[in-house]
Design a protein around this ligand. Structure first.
Ligand code: FAD
Ligand code: EGO
Length: 472
């Protein structure tokens, strides 16, 4: 199809911004650009999820924390989302023997929220659409775009194609971004993508006697090294359980009896909570899903295009930060827009400069958590580590802040949090060394004090050495 200048939407003086992808980050970004007064067009491949008749019969939730909330706040959406979220004040660690151990996240008021993904997306779309300068284009799947002309090609549900040209393209089209494809053809574009050996499966835990089957205000975790399960509460009093394990292991479980056997071995306390029949049925409803980690840079092309959210940095879900980081992207971009007076050329360059180190840091941290958890985090180790973290923080509240706290409950830049974490590690290790030396020296002194001077049971050489040590 030929591109004609008539397709250009920037004939009027107001600049046109195309947000490609109406998922979580795209919908939020639309609010940000609309609030600034741009003519915003959102292009989403799916039909309007608010009109969708097929209800998925279950809800999938996400952990929303400080960064995500701050980003929502800036466009006046925090209240609306938070009131429909369920606070989780602590993790609840489920041991193999059925013991449940709550470990608080931090001080009172430090909690994460379980929010319904579909509801969050719907609310953000509605908020974006409420601006008179926003237009929603559902059923528009981006096929390709040209850096030279800036023209985008969309596929409509009826099979027709449409060409559109705008002033700025904001790619928020997720981990398999079509916008990003053009970036790959650019010289000096860095890109890496890694599929981890684990897959995930979502299972629903129904209410019991009309109430939550487990304590609702917790992030429930069953840490079993390579086998991990978590559960987040939903408003309908169900829990969405997510089982993480290697695809290899998923493939070993092929019959209904094997499902029960598997749960009997690793998550026995969850069987009566999910229900034997439901477990047998739900396990085979959908195959396990893959998880990918994507890192790239730069995040922009000239003054024409920028990518944000999973399109720029898909992270593995082992830190509960993917959406939060994507939301923070919007907030950071907005700050840079203020600094550089909406001059796209300068803004995009600066955005890449400030944001790449942080998004790369959270991608690394999430991968680190995955590797660490699958290698040595069982319930005992989990509880022990979090107690040590909380204790050290209690001893030195200003000096030692747990990494999870910095990532989840602050807006300390992700890469700064990593630096602080390494620094704290040094302080702790030095502290431990000093304690160790003091113990050895003190112990030796006490020992010698109680040993008779000319004890014949101690060889002469050792005795002399010990006498020397006494001088310290
Ligand atoms: P998406 O949500 O993927 O949205 C992309 C949108 O673009 C979609 O609507 C799609 O239809 C549209 N699109 C795609 N291609 C095209 C195209 N060619 N043309 C037009 N439109 C297109 N994050 C957290 O913060 N906390 C959590 O607890 C958490 N848990 C997670 C658990 C799991 C199992 C997984 C997999 C992820 C989790 N995440 C979590 C991460 C979070 O889901 C993502 O980071 C977030 O959804 C990214 O939003 P996005 O808008 O960038 O991408
Ligand atoms: C020792 C002990 C080392 C996501 C504990 C590392 C992640 C990691 C997937 C939890 C919380 C929100 C999550 C903690 C650790 C969401 C999260 C954590 C999971 C899995 C998750 C914590 C959705 C790692 N936050 N977290 O400290 O409670 O610690 F278990 Cl599999």
């Amino acid at each position: 199809m030929e591109y004609t200048p008539n397709d250009s939407r920037s004939t009027n003086k107001r600049k046109v911004v195309a947000v490609v992808g109406g998922g979580l980050v795209g919908a939020l970004n639309a609010c940000y650009f609309a609030k600034r007064g741009f003519a915003v067009e959102v292009f989403e491949s799916r039909e309007d999820i608010r009109q969708a008749k097929i209800v998925r019969g279950r809800s999938i939730n996400l952990a929303l924390s400080h960064r995500g909330r701050q980003a929502l706040k800036q466009v006046g959406m925090e209240e609306k989302i938070v009131t429909k979220g369920i606070p989780m004040h602590a993790r609840m660690i489920h041991s193999l023997n059925g013991t449940r151990s709550p470990i608080p996240y931090g001080k009172k008021g430090q909690y994460i929220l379980s929010v319904d993904r579909t509801n969050l997306n719907k609310e953000l779309l509605t908020a974006a659409e409420a601006y008179p300068n926003t237009k929603m284009n559902f059923g528009h799947k981006l096929l390709d775009w040209s850096f030279e002309s800036g023209a985008m090609t969309f596929l409509r549900p009826d099979g027709s194609e449409e060409q559109i040209k705008v002033d700025l393209i904001v790619g928020c089209d997720g981990a398999f971004s079509a916008i990003r494809k053009q970036f790959l053809r650019q010289s000096r574009f860095n890109y890496s993508q890694t599929y981890i050996p684990h897959g995930y499966m979502e299972l629903t835990m129904p209410p019991h006697n009309g109430d939550f089957a487990m304590e609702p205000n917790f992030l429930h975790i069953w840490p079993r090294n390579t086998f991990m399960m978590i559960a987040l509460p939903n408003l309908d009093k169900t829990f969405t359980c997510t089982l993480f394990m290697p695809f290899e292991e998923f493939e070993k479980v092929t019959t209904e009896d094997q499902v029960i056997e598997f749960f009997q071995t690793y998550f026995p306390d969850a069987i009566p909570l999910i229900g034997v029949e439901a477990l047998k049925r739900d396990y085979f409803r959908l195959p396990a899903q893959a998880m990918v980690s994507v890192k790239c840079s730069p995040y922009h092309m000239g003054d024409k295009c920028v990518i944000m959210g999973d399109a720029a940095h898909a992270v593995v879900p082992f830190y509960g930060q993917g959406m939060n980081a994507g939301f923070e992207d919007c907030l950071v971009f907005n700050e840079v827009m203020d600094q550089f007076n909406e001059d796209f050329s300068a803004v995009l360059k600066e955005y890449t400069r400030v944001r790449v180190p942080d998004d790369h840091a959270i991608a690394d941290l999430a991968m680190y958590n995955y590797i660490e958890m699958r290698a040595h985090v069982n319930s005992k180790w989990f509880i022990f580590r979090k107690y040590v973290d909380n204790f050290l923080h209690f001893l030195m509240p200003k000096t030692i802040i747990p990494l999870y706290t910095m990532v989840t409950f602050s807006r300390i830049r992700y890469h700064e949090a990593v630096k602080l974490w390494h620094w704290q590690d040094k302080v702790i290790n030095r502290g431990l060394s000093i304690c160790g030396v003091m113990l050895v020296v003190g112990g030796t002194y006490l020992l010698l004090k109680h040993v008779p001077r000319n004890s014949s049971s101690i060889p002469q050489q050792l005795w002399t050495q010990a006498q020397t040590l006494k001088w310290f």
